[in-house]
Design a protein around this ligand. Structure first.
Ligand code: G1P
Ligand code: ZN
Length: 561
């Protein structure tokens, strides 16, 4: 029986503009009549001719509204000429897994249903992200097209009788408007786990967990009730045979247990507490959709994400994937600490500085110029896929600990011994009023154009810095020449220290100011100092210069990482 398609009329919604990583809004907004349908239609329409007959991967982090969105997407794909939809069982697929599957099955595109680390549940956030055929987030040119379409949309196409139970693995065949249409529900973790076993040597990781070379390394992996739960179970419990008490919060929950599923010192405080107890030698946590990670050592020794990616880049000989494929180049997002630059310099490799957001790494990887990259926002990854990858980062770290036979702290001390330490911190001022934050950014932008600022000496206590350069970061993609302007105001000091201000592009309402502070120290007596203490003078200078307190009315940040 051929199922019918219908064209439904609709009206545009304001603000369907994808941000740093997809469209994120409150669930209640996505639940508005036609809101989700409009945006999905714009994604499909933006694909143009590539849409007809293509295969599309869909899945998400299991948050509230995810299953409903999968249902809408399947029905709309059927009506828009898509040949096949590959969907994770129960709509579950981590963001890295979607990227892995798009590449493995050479499908045209993917849709990831996640608001990443934003809270979930009926009163929290939802998100839709579009990934292109290289497996990575759609670049600005594509998301701008989607946004433009959203402003003028008058109708969408849907086939409401395509019904599919996504809790059951298997293929369902339909005929829609006389065209064949297939939905295949697949195991959510299989492909990803197979790939991780190719990239890493699971044997050596198993060995350190079980102590074949000495004392077993006791680990604690916290999935924060996000999508990584099933992946953690399969990889750590079944493959690596870690003891059951090595993993916690591995049941994905639609509201992440009411928490922010964000792996940092504030929102993963329970992991920090558990590690402080001293029983564990290694701890890790992931965000809602599994692309972020936090790494801790014994007694909660914190590895900044900026250091984490630098250490991985410096230890690629511990990872079979890099031994086989080589390391082509390194990159970080602009606000990320510059530790990785020093590794690149020593190894004679290109190091790219791109705007915030993983989408900017994709072209460089596709062109064979980038292998390892990271963001200070707990994102670490490589060219094995085109997303950051939390579990990959943890397996990379465990491989390094195994091969080097060192603790997390020893690895960092040895790294700083070679390269010096880039102290780094980020202050977030969440949910501020938008207007004054925009004013502050405008004022900082004006400062960046004011030549008299260069050479200015800024002091706090007995610490002084001299401004060497201020700009509003602009990036020209070396591969396709696309230009991204006004990506954040950078204040670069003569000693290599940096202050960066930008507004978040992932919030669902209001404004979040991010202030990034970095200071480089080569004197080994400073390496073990507390980062907040070392950075305090520069923090004070940055607050004074930006008048952040006056603009936002905030005396303190909501989160410090
Ligand atoms: C934040 C991070 C950024 C990351 C993005 C998606 O974006 O700062 O590095 O790529 O989330 O995980 P922001 O809210 O700052 O725009
Ligand atoms: Zn995420």
């Amino acid at each position: 029986m051929s199922l019918s398609c219908y064209t439904k009329s609709t009206r545009p919604f304001e603000g369907q503009k994808p941000g740093t990583s997809g469209l994120r809004k409150a669930v209640k907004v996505f639940q508005l009549e036609n809101y989700t349908e409009n945006f999905v239609q714009c994604i499909l329409s933006a694909m143009g001719g590539a849409l007809t007959g293509c295969t599309l991967v869909v899945g998400g982090d299991g948050r509230y509204f995810g299953k409903k969105a999968v249902d809408i997407i399947i029905k709309m794909c059927a009506a828009n000429g898509v040949r096949k939809v590959l969907v994770g069982q129960n709509g579950i697929l981590s963001t890295p897994c979607v990227s892995c599957m798009i590449r493995k099955y050479k499908t045209a595109v993917g849709i990831v249903l996640t608001a990443s680390h934003n809270p979930g549940g009926p009163d929290a956030d939802f998100g839709i992200k579009f990934n292109i055929s290289n497996g990575g987030p759609a670049p600005d040119a594509v998301t701008n097209k989607i946004y433009e379409l959203s402003k003028n949309i008058v109708e969408y196409r849907i086939s409401p009788d395509v019904r599919c139970d996504i809790s059951l693995i298997g293929k369902r065949e339909f005929v829609v408007d006389s065209r064949p249409f297939t939905v295949e529900v697949i195991d959510s973790v299989e492909d990803y786990v197979e790939y991780m076993k190719e990239i890493f040597d699971f044997g050596i990781i198993k060995d350190i967990l079980h102590g074949s070379k000495g004392k077993p390394l006791k680990v604690l992996i916290n999935a924060m009730h996000g999508v990584t739960g099933p992946y953690v179970r399969r990889i750590f419990l079944e493959e690596l045979k870690a003891t059951p008490d090595s993993v916690v919060n591995i049941e994905p929950l639609e509201d992440f247990g009411g928490h922010h599923p964000d792996p940092n010192l504030t929102y993963a405080a329970d992991l920090v507490q558990a590690l402080k107890g001293g029983d564990y030698g290694f701890g890790a946590a992931f965000d809602g959709d599994g692309d972020r990670n936090m790494i801790l050592g014994h007694k909660a020794f914190f590895v900044t994400p900026s250091d984490s990616v630098a250490v991985i880049a410096d230890n690629t000989d511990c990872i079979p994937y890099f031994k086989k494929n080589g390391v082509k180049g390194l990159a970080r997002s602009m606000p990320t600490g510059c530790a990785i630059d020093r590794v690149g310099e020593k190894k004679g490799m290109e190091v790219f500085e791109v705007p915030t957001g993983w989408k900017y790494f994709g072209n460089l990887m596709d062109a064979g110029r980038l292998s390892i990259c990271g963001e200070e926002s707990f994102g670490t990854g490589s060219d094995h896929i085109r997303e950051k990858d939390g579990i990959w980062a943890v397996l990379a770290w465990l491989s390094i600990l195994a091969v080097r036979n060192m603790s997390v702290e020893q690895v960092l001390l040895s790294h700083w011994g070679t390269y010096g330490r880039n102290f780094f911190t980020r202050y977030d001022y969440e949910n501020c009023e938008s207007a004054p934050c925009n004013e502050m950014m405008t004022a900082l932008d004006a400062m960046s154009g004011d030549a008299s600022m260069v050479g200015k000496k800024l002091s706090h206590g007995d610490k002084s810095y001299t401004i060497a350069k201020i700009d509003n970061f602009e990036y020209k993609d070396p591969i396709d020449g696309a230009v991204a302007k006004k990506q954040g105001v950078r204040i670069l000091m003569s000693d290599g220290s940096r202050v960066v201000f930008r507004l978040s592009g992932t919030g669902s309402s209001g404004a979040t100011v991010r202030m990034y502070i970095e200071s480089y120290e080569s004197d080994s007596s400073t390496f073990t100092k507390d980062a907040q203490e070392v950075l305090k003078p520069l923090v004070e200078i940055a607050l004074k210069l930006s008048k952040l307190g006056d603009y936002t009315g905030r005396q303190k940040p909501t989160v410090i990482t």
